[in-house]
Design a binder for this molecule. Structure first.
Ligand code: FDA
Length: 304
């Protein structure tokens, strides 16, 4: 049953017509728990609340299904407007983005040129941009673009997924770039040919790469709600004498709020991933797929 629900949510998240339909109806079915709002203003207000109790943020303007050069440019423009709004409002937030929304599937050149526009604006505001990692089909090309950009920009980081077999090698290669990485378990449905099918292997690999990247002396964002991963990180940094300004924890907006606040109280840096925008459906479906138990939460909201 759980596997069936997981597959269903993953398929719905990829469906263009379901996304189009959802857009018409606005944030519904409990999506507001995971998505900060549809406008920049709503997202800035949400970040202000997080900042008030010491949580930093990374804002993500949700945009999926970009098929034309024009749509990719519009999406880049939204990222630029988000960076401007962060600067003018004075909130503590950087930016996360997906390169498919900047034209990655259209052409390498278009995507790089949009990335450069965004990174130049971020540099102007002394801010940082994190490239989210998408499905396996986009992994190598994303890393290639990251490497190209990293030569010119020091305000850009990327995400590495522990469920992929290739990840340990990627961590070694990225060390040469002094990469600022967000390390995650991985959110997409991947084949056992490229990714560990068993959760316990993914968890072990995440611990392994956290250790490797930190021991290489690189800034690391440990992005997980899993108490075992968080405890592992705390114990490991203490044993190795790694200071609290060399890493941060990251969690998703609306998930494990108590744990987020507890980490602030313990003096750790914590950043919350705050998605916003009208294209919320795909993101919402990925969150449901991660935890099919959330389906009860959705059903409750449908009948409210
Ligand atoms: P795990 O799945 O084991 O969950 C541990 C506990 O966390 C659960 O028992 C539950 O209590 C809680 N939890 C987790 N997910 C939940 C949910 N959806 N709803 C409610 N509770 C939940 N992935 C990717 O492929 N590319 C990317 O760029 C990113 N970026 C990213 C940024 C940030 C800040 C985070 C926190 C995560 C990502 N991810 C991601 C998603 C990541 O790969 C992974 O799918 C989720 O974080 C869930 O895995 P956990 O490590 O939390 O552990």
């Amino acid at each position: 049953m759980e596997v069936m629900l997981r597959n269903m949510f993953q398929a719905l998240g990829k469906s263009r017509s379901a996304n189009r339909l959802a857009k018409k109806y606005g944030l519904r079915f409990g999506a507001a728990r995971f998505v900060a709002g549809e406008t920049i203003k709503q997202s800035i207000d949400a970040v202000r609340k997080l900042n008030d109790d010491g949580r930093m943020a990374t804002l993500d303007h949700l945009g999926e299904f970009v098929f034309s050069e024009e749509e990719a440019k519009e999406s880049a423009e939204m990222c630029i407007q988000t960076l401007d709004a962060i600067a003018s409002s004075g909130i503590n937030s950087n930016l996360s983005l997906k390169m498919t929304s900047l034209g990655l599937d259209i052409s390498h050149e278009l995507c790089v040129s949009n990335m450069k526009r965004i990174l130049n604006r971020a540099r102007m505001h002394n801010n940082f941009v994190r490239i989210d990692m998408e499905d396996y089909a986009h992994c190598q090309v994303s890393l290639d673009i990251y490497e190209e950009l990293r030569k010119e920009y020091d305000n850009v980081g990327i995400v590495i997924q522990a469920y992929l077999y290739r990840t340990e090698q990627d961590i070694q290669n990225l060390n040469a770039l002094g990469a600022n990485l967000r390390l995650v378990k991985g959110a997409y449905k991947e084949s056992p040919e490229v990714a560990f099918p068993e959760k316990k292997d993914v968890d072990e690999n995440l611990k392994k790469i956290i250790r490797m990247h930190m021991m290489n002396g690189n800034y690391t964002a440990v992005a997980s709600h899993d108490p075992a991963i968080i405890d592992f990180t705390k114990t490991f940094v203490q044993a190795e004498g790694i200071s609290k300004d060399r890493f941060e924890f990251q969690m998703l907006y609306g998930i494990c709020e108590d744990l987020q606040k507890q980490l602030v109280q313990e003096g750790y840096r914590i950043r919350i991933y705050v998605p916003y925008g009208v294209d919320w459906f795909g993101y919402f479906m990925r969150r449901l797929a991660e935890r099919p138990a959330n389906v009860w939460f959705v059903l409750k909201n449908m009948f409210k």
